[in-house]
Design a protein around this ligand. Sequence first.
Ligand code: DX5
Ligand code: ZN
Length: 218
Amino acid sequence: MISASILNGDLAHLAEVAELVRRAGADALHYDVMDGCFVDNLSFGLPVLETLRRCTPMPIDVHLMIAQPHRFAERFVKAGADLLSFHIESDTDPAETLRIIHSLGIPAGIAVSPETPAEAVLPYLPQMQKDDFILVMTVRPGLGGQAFMPETVPKIRTLRRIMTEQQLPLHIEVDGGINAETAAICREAGADYLVAGSYLLGADDPAAAVQSLGKITD
Ligand code: DX5
Ligand code: ZN
């Protein structure tokens, strides 16, 4: 899955941004929510998601970079999220937040910041369901347009090895600094969901840019 991050898009023309990446062949929209508390930045929240939901048929992959995701999960699903990820480093019990998202009937993702080791998610893997995912941040959360951190690649590899050994039907999403070159590195390490923002939105030929990331799964 190629999920196009709209964070650095023209937010006055969200419908056009969504249409551009849909025509380019992206599979989903990646919607980054920041609360000024979990990360030192603010982005957009529920009303903008409701607006986006009305103007595109694409699945919306919501990435919560907020301190209290369990309080907002239901509202984000009602506003239009088709996949919902939250950070393991947030002020929440990940098991409880997973339960809430599962009860709402959509895939859940556990996001891990660069400094968090793969081992942190292991206690939650048995609770994860088919089509859930681990979101491995390949930059520090909070801003689009940052450079890929290669030191995060061993974590992707470790998680994919564990999922294969335990036969877990889970996905690995990578997010931050993804372009043709870093996408290939992440795919080789075991990622199958790729988020790309500035690379796609800044491309002269967005369709060629989507193709260059390589399509892996649905
Ligand atoms: C960073 C966000 C990313 C970001 C990706 O905090 O979670 O989704 O928008 O943007 P690029 O692809 O520009 O790094
Ligand atoms: Zn993101």
